[in-house]
Design a binder for this molecule. Structure first.
Ligand code: MG
Length: 402
């Protein structure tokens, strides 16, 4: 089997720095999308690809767990660094790794960077996003189209470096001659729908043209995040990769680590962007999650119970509450703080705000209306919507009420 590779990484049109990184180190192909303030996201992403690169020799197709172990080791390295330096606290990164050899094909991944396979003109997503909206899609609550514009679309539920251990998704994939695999950061998948990705991928004559074209399309669509694309063509035969396997390093984001400009089998190329400019919202989401973990550790002490029990309790508790701006949402967790740390995160937004409700009902929501389940939460929200409608009728000008 012969793999032709193309790759492209771009800061996009909005961010001022690129915190994505990728690694071409046959048979390993990796993409990482870092998050964290200032340099932290960059450090997280580069640490991930560096650890994987350093440990690549330990991987065996006969022991697929060795692939998951690479991501776990990367997780540990990022976590340790985040603990040791204040500037790096809360940093994390997604990581999606493809192993492609004659012996086998595997994907190991954490986060929302994706792997796709184009076969016979049809595109298939091979990874499942570890995001809040990913969970909602899985539960059938929203569709893929809705997910791309959902207000919580940037909230990821799993990343390397934000906890001392991490669960890695590992799956075997079959590879056939003619397959085109694509790894991408969410700067691509959040800007283009599946049919646009399929078209861009299918029309390009070679992997490098495909990577360049997809980055261009994402920028044309707004380029709201860093965009990184790695494309692999599965060809027959043996021997060195033909021309077209060269991975360019963009001049404006010089790779920092162990870089070689070509990707002949056995050589490696790591590319990383530079610091700063991450989505503030996503950063906060990660920090919130981190806080939750910290809070849970406190809870263990307070309750004298086990971490798992506390975690379970929080993951299975829901309430209706309001944000500082007055937006009413369904929260997962409890409406409490320990030492200024919140113990909840938004599970689902609603169309309601505090001001839609009569004054007498607002305090309940501000304090947090405990519900037994998500289904109960929906019923309560629906009741609140009825109350809001009645309140609107009461307060509307008379001419609107025949
Ligand atoms: Mg991103």
């Amino acid at each position: 089997m012969n793999i032709k590779v193309g790759a492209s990484s771009d800061v996009g049109r909005v961010r001022d720095a690129n915190q994505d990184a990728y690694l071409i180190d046959a048979p390993l192909y990796v993409i990482a999308d870092g998050m964290g303030g200032h340099a932290a996201g960059d450090v997280a992403a580069v640490t991930a690809v560096k650890v994987i690169s350093d440990e690549a020799g330990r991987v065996s197709a006969q022991e697929p767990d060795s692939l998951a172990a690479l991501l776990k080791d990367a997780n540990a390295a990022i976590w340790e660094r985040a603990q040791s330096e204040r500037a790096f606290q809360g940093m994390g990164t997604t990581c999606t790794l493809v192993y492609a050899s004659d012996a086998a094909g595997y994907i190991a991944h954490v986060g929302d960077s994706r792997a796709y396979r184009l076969r016979g003109g049809g595109l298939e997503q091979l990874t499942e996003d570890h995001t809040l909206v990913g969970r909602m899609i899985k539960e059938g609550r929203i569709g893929a189209g809705e997910a791309r514009t959902h207000p919580q679309r940037n909230v990821i539920t799993r990343a390397l470096g934000i906890d001392s251990s991490v669960e890695v998704d590992l799956r075997e994939i079959d590879l056939e001659e003619g397959d085109r695999l694509m790894l991408c950061s969410d700067g691509l998948s959040s800007m283009l729908d599946e049919s646009a990705i399929e078209k861009g991928l299918a029309e390009a004559p070679d992997p490098q043209a495909a990577a360049d074209r997809l980055v261009e399309l994402a920028n044309d669509a707004g380029g709201e995040d860093n965009i990184t694309v790695v494309v692999l063509d599965v060809a027959g035969g043996d021997g060195p990769a033909p021309a077209g396997a060269v991975v360019p390093a963009r001049s404006d984001q010089e790779p920092r680590v162990d870089t070689q400009p070509d990707a002949q089998p056995g050589t490696k190329s790591i590319s990383a962007g530079s610091d700063d400019g991450r989505s503030e919202r996503r950063r906060r989401a990660i920090i919130r999650r981190r806080r939750l973990v910290v809070s849970l550790v406190v809870l263990v002490v307070v309750l004298g119970g086990g971490y798992a029990a506390a975690r379970w309790a929080l993951d299975n508790s829901f309430y209706i509450g309001a944000s500082d701006s007055g937006a009413i949402s369904i929260y997962r967790g409890i409406p409490e703080e320990i030492g200024g740390l919140t113990l909840a995160e938004v599970e689902r937004e609603t169309s309601l705000a505090l001001e839609d409700l009569p004054e007498s009902r607002r305090e309940d929501v501000i304090l947090g209306m405990k519900v037994e389940s998500l289904a109960d939460a929906d019923t309560t929200v629906s009741n609140l919507q009825d109350i809001a409608r009645a309140y609107r009728r009461e307060t509307a000008p008379t001419k609107d009420n025949p």
